[in-house]
Ligand binder design. Structure first.
Ligand code: GLY
Length: 347
């Protein structure tokens, strides 16, 4: 098995392992990476992911002397509620999980965020292994230690930084995804090309090797995390496409998948950047062409709902937002713009 390893030199360093077939080996991988070896782990997953992968993961753990139990969470964004995290705590407590045990987040970004927040806070922190099974989670959310839940006052506004001890990205798991989910993940890959890597950007019009793609994106993410683990500076470039993307995503009532919304946000940010003289002319056209080629639709949708969402977003209450623009493909810059400008020029 050819396995790529991306090392993340964060405050507590860890490896991201990328290859097909890794979930069936997760017991021995944890044995090599986690010292002391956990006696037991809780596996947080939703019912779809659980049906596909729980047995494989738990038997790989059992055969390495690690007991496993399953903690079910709702599918998608519904996993990211404090009430769900409380249910995870209850499951951990009922199995007498101690600080030398661990939690595995098995699934997409939402399960990862909820499991991560539970791991960050249960007993003031237990170890977390991320086992992402979506493209979006493999290239982004499983790396870098961001964990969060949604509250009535906003999405992702309660959370903690809690770096995983290991990330196990089994690219065979991606074959369980439908084409729409893969396209959504590709939206985030386009983002990495836009902000950091023109060669990656060019290669995305014809992806031949998914392991290579996941490894390249993971390596870019690792560099950002190492440079700015607490998200106070350059890591914020990873939000390219997210200011408008989040507004459109929320305005759609989460009908749009995250990567679909980010695709809209990236094209819109590039067009706005060109209008404001920040972005090299022609950039938005290149991004739109790539997105369409990838099967993503960059045209702005849910305009009026997005307008009121962005105008009332508590994060932007002073009327300004730090937004990521491109100078050109491969080079990002953060500029403060007024919400009014975004609404007038984009929405
Ligand atoms: N997903 C953006 C970040 O981890 O900073």
């Amino acid at each position: 098995m050819l396995c790529s390893t991306v090392h993340v030199n964060a405050s507590s360093p860890y490896d991201v392992l990328i290859a097909g077939g890794l979930l069936g080996k997760i017991g021995s991988l944890i044995k090599s990476a986690l010292d002391p070896l956990p006696r037991q782990v809780g596996i947080v997953c939703d019912e779809n992911v659980g049906a596909l992968f729980f047995d494989k993961v738990s038997s790989a753990l059992n055969s390495n002397g690690i007991e496993a139990f399953r903690v079910d969470v709702p599918c998608g964004e519904y996993a990211k509620r404090l009430s769900v995290v409380e249910r995870i705590y209850d499951a951990l407590a009922s199995h007498s999980v101690s600080r030398s045990d661990a939690l595995i987040a098995l699934g997409g970004g939402s399960a990862g965020d909820a499991a991560g927040f539970a791991a960050a806070t249960y007993l003031r922190g237990i170890r977390l292994v991320q086992a992402p099974t979506t493209l979006l989670a493999q290239i982004d959310s499983s790396i870098g230690g961001k964990t969060a839940v949604d509250c009535d006052f906003g999405k992702n506004l309660v959370g903690a930084f809690h770096q995983p001890s290991l990330v196990v990205s089994d690219t065979d798991a991606l074959s369980s995804l439908d084409a729409r989910n893969i396209r959504s993940g590709l939206g985030e890959a386009v983002k990495y090309g836009c902000i950091a890597d023109p060669a990656l950007f060019d290669s995305l019009s014809d992806v031949k090797d998914i392991n290579k793609l996941v490894s390249e994106c993971a390596a870019i993410k690792a560099r950002y995390v190492e440079a700015d683990e607490r998200d106070m500076g350059v890591r914020r470039e990873l939000n390219f496409g997210h200011t408008i993307g989040h507004a459109v995503e929320a305005a759609s009532g989460f009908e749009l998948l995250h990567g679909e919304a980010v695709a809209i946000g990236m094209a819109a940010a590039a067009r706005l950047g060109e209008k404001l003289g920040i972005t090299e002319r022609g950039t938005s056209e290149r991004i739109e062409r790539l997105l369409i080629n990838t099967g993503l639709d960059p045209s702005v949708k849910y305009r009026s709902e997005a307008k009121s969402y962005i105008a009332h977003d508590k994060k932007y209450s002073n009327g300004y937002v730090d937004m990521v623009f491109l100078e050109r493909i491969g080079s990002a810059v953060i500029k403060r713009v007024s919400v009014g400008t975004i609404i007038t020029e984009v929405l």
